[in-house]
Design a protein around this ligand. Structure first.
Ligand SMILES: Nc1nc2c(ncn2[C@@H]2O[C@H](COP(=O)(O)OP(=O)(O)O)[C@@H](O)[C@H]2O)c(=O)[nH]1
Ligand SMILES: [Mg+2]
Length: 267
C-alpha cells in the first residue's frame, strides 16, 4: 500500500524477527539504539539480503524476499551496529535517501555476472547516499562471485546447514559457467568516480583496493571480511559521536532524545 512499508528487525543472529508496520512504531524505539548505521544498496536480485543473511545467520537460502526493508542489528564488541537492507526499488517510494540518512557506511552491491547492476549503482543509487554522513565510507561489492570465480566456490569453513537449491550454472567440481561481466577494475574505477562525486581527495581517502570486494553469499566467500572490515572502519565514527554525546544514529525515527552538552553540540 502506498506510504506504508514493512521492516524486518533481526537482532544479531537471534531468531527474533518482528514485522512492524511503519518505521516509527514505538516497538522499535524501545530497542537499544544502535551506535552506528550501515546501509546496503543495489538493484533487485544482486544478493543484498543474502549477504546479510549469510553474515548474520551463517546460511544461504535460495529465495528471501525483501518487502520494503529489513533492519539487522549486530553486536560488535561493545557496539551495536545496525545494517539497513532495502528492496532495491525504494527510490520509487522516496525511501532511498531516508535509508541512507546518517549512515556511516554504504555498501553498494552489484552482481558480477550483470554489467547493468553496476551501472544502476551509479545511475540510481549513488545520489541516494547524499543524506549519509559527510565522512561516510563506501564499499563496492560484487556479489555472486561463485558463478565466475573458482576460488569463491570453496565453502566457508565451519558452515552450518545450508538451504541451497542446486543450480546448473556452477558446480564445485567444474569450472564456473557464467561469464564475469564486471571486473574488479571496473568496480575500482567506479569507486574513484564516487570519490569525485563526493568531492573527496583520492590521495587522502581509503584506497579502492581496500574498498572493492568480491563476495559470494552462497558460499560465504569474503562475506565476513567485508562486514568486519567495514565495522572496524566505522569505529572512529562511533567514537567521534560518543565524544560529541550525540544521538548515536539517525534512523527512521527522528532524533528526539538528543542529549545536549553545555556547548550544545548536536544540531
Ligand atoms: N549463485 C549465487 N546466487 C546468489 C548469491 N546471492 C544471492 N543469490 C541469489 O540471487 C537471488 C537474489 O538474492 P537476494 O538476496 O534476494 O537479492 P536482493 O534482491 O539484492 O536482496 C536469489 O535467488 C539468491 O538465491 C550468490 O552469492 N551466489
Ligand atoms: Mg532483498
Amino acid at each position: 500500500m502506498k506510504g506504508k512499508f514493512d521492516i524486518d528487525v533481526v537482532a544479531d543472529s537471534t531468531i527474533t524477527k518482528r514485522r512492524v508496520q511503519r518505521a516509527t512504531m514505538p516497538d522499535y524505539a524501545k530497542m537499544k539504539k544502535p551506535d552506528v548505521k550501515l546501509v546496503i544498496l543495489g538493484d533487485m536480485n544482486v544478493g543484498k539480503t543474502s549477504l546479510l543473511h549469510r553474515y548474520t545467520e551463517r546460511k544461504f537460502k535460495d529465495t528471501i524476499s525483501t518487502v520494503g526493508g529489513a533492519f539487522f542489528l549486530k553486536q560488535w564488541g561493545p557496539y551495536n551496529i545496525s545494517i539497513w537492507d532495502t528492496a532495491g526499488r525504494e527510490q520509487f517510494h522516496g525511501l532511498g535517501s531516508l535509508y541512507c540518512r546518517g549512515a556511516a557506511a554504504v555498501i553498494l552491491t552489484y552482481d558480477v555476472t550483470n554489467w547493468q547492476s553496476l551501472a544502476e549503482l551509479e545511475d540510481r543509487f549513488l545520489s541516494l547516499t547524499d543524506t549519509a554522513n559527510s565522512d561516510c565510507i563506501f564499499a563496492i561489492v560484487g556479489n555472486k562471485a561463485d558463478l565466475t570465480d573458482p576460488r569463491a566456490l570453496v565453502e566457508e569453513e565451519g558452515e552450518e546447514e545450508k538451504e541451497v537449491v542446486p543450480q546448473l550454472s556452477s558446480s564445485p567440481t567444474g569450472p564456473p559457467k557464467f561469464r564475469k561481466q564486471v571486473l574488479r577494475e571496473d568496480a575500482m574505477a567506479f569507486y574513484s568516480r564516487i570519490l569525485r562525486y563526493k568531492l573527496l581527495d583520492e590521495a587522502t581517502s581509503l584506497p579502492a583496493e581496500s574498498m572493492c570486494f568480491e563476495t559470494s553469499a552462497k558460499t560465504g566467500y569474503n562475506v565476513d571480511l567485508l562486514f568486519e572490515t567495514l565495522f572496524n572502519m566505522v569505529l572512529p565514527s562511533i567514537l567521534k559521536k560518543e565524544s560529541q554525546s550525540c544521538s548515536p544514529t539517525v534512523d527512521l525515527e527522528e532524533c528526539r532524545e538528543v542529549k545536549r552538552t553545555k556547548a550544545g553540540c548536536c544540531t
